[in-house]
Design a protein around this ligand. Structure first.
Ligand SMILES: N[C@@H](CCC(=O)N[C@@H](CS)C(=O)NCC(=O)O)C(=O)O
Length: 211
């Protein structure tokens, strides 16, 4: 498989973790999201993903998949072991809720394109953009902190899709210096996950395109 990725992309980080958890080998194709206004805007990448975002997974038989959660659900369905979703429908709904809280409600507000839009089209100062970023992470993390049940992972004793989303979002928060002292459960989940090789190998600093 081939993964279009960028070391700092938290959505690509999710897919890297899922591939590692399931022991699926893949080749990284780096797409720099910042240099020259973003190599993701180049026609050759647009031809791969019309949305011009990473991650993109190209399967062994050449199918092109986009959207991290859809990609991870595909991996879960095609290679169920070890599972990233629990067995019972109720438990699955709870895991997916945490994943979506991050992927649908926090991450889109703090992504490269919207932040760039605030700066260029809305003429916002960097300090206002940083305040925006912190606000949405903190509001999301307050809910997450109340919802997770560390045991030691976000939803108990097994790694799930929730952890796959928590760890990259915490990495982003750390990079943008969001204070995390009010979120001991979230930090505990991060620490438990990062002790696992599948998460460690997926970290931004361990990618071939790391800067
Ligand atoms: N919902 C998408 C988000 C993908 C996404 O926005 N990726 C970011 C990097 S984390 C990106 O490529 N941004 C480029 C841009 O906004 O121009 C997913 O989960 O895959």
């Amino acid at each position: 498989m081939k993964l279009y990725s960028f070391f700092r992309s938290s959505a690509a980080y999710r897919v890297r973790i899922a591939l590692n958890v399931k022991g699926i080998a893949y080749e990284t194709v780096s797409v720099h999201l910042v240099k020259d206004g973003g190599h993701n805007k180049r026609p050759e990448f647009r031809a791969v993903n019309p949305q011009m975002r990473v991650p993109v997974l190209v399967t062994a038989d050449g199918n092109v998949l986009i959207q991290s959660l859809a990609i991870i659900e595909y991996l879960e369905e095609t290679q169920p072991e070890p599972p990233l979703l629990p067995h019972s429908p109720l438990a699955r709904a709870k895991v997916r809720a945490l994943a979506e809280l991050i992927a649908c409600d926090i991450h889109p507000l703090n992504n490269t394109s919207p932040l760039r839009y605030l700066k260029r089209e809305m003429s916002q100062e960097q300090s206002a953009i940083d305040a925006w970023y912190h606000h949405w992470v903190i509001e999301g993390f307050e809910a997450l902190e109340a919802l997770i049940e560390p045991g030691p992972y976000a939803c108990g004793s097994q790694v799930t899709l929730a952890d796959v989303c928590v760890v990259p979002q915490v990495a982003n928060a750390r990079r943008l210096k969001v204070p995390l002292d009010r979120f001991p459960k979230i930090v505990g989940v991060e620490q438990a996950c990062l002790a696992l090789a599948a998460f460690g190998r997926a970290r931004p600093e361990n990618q071939p395109d790391a800067e």
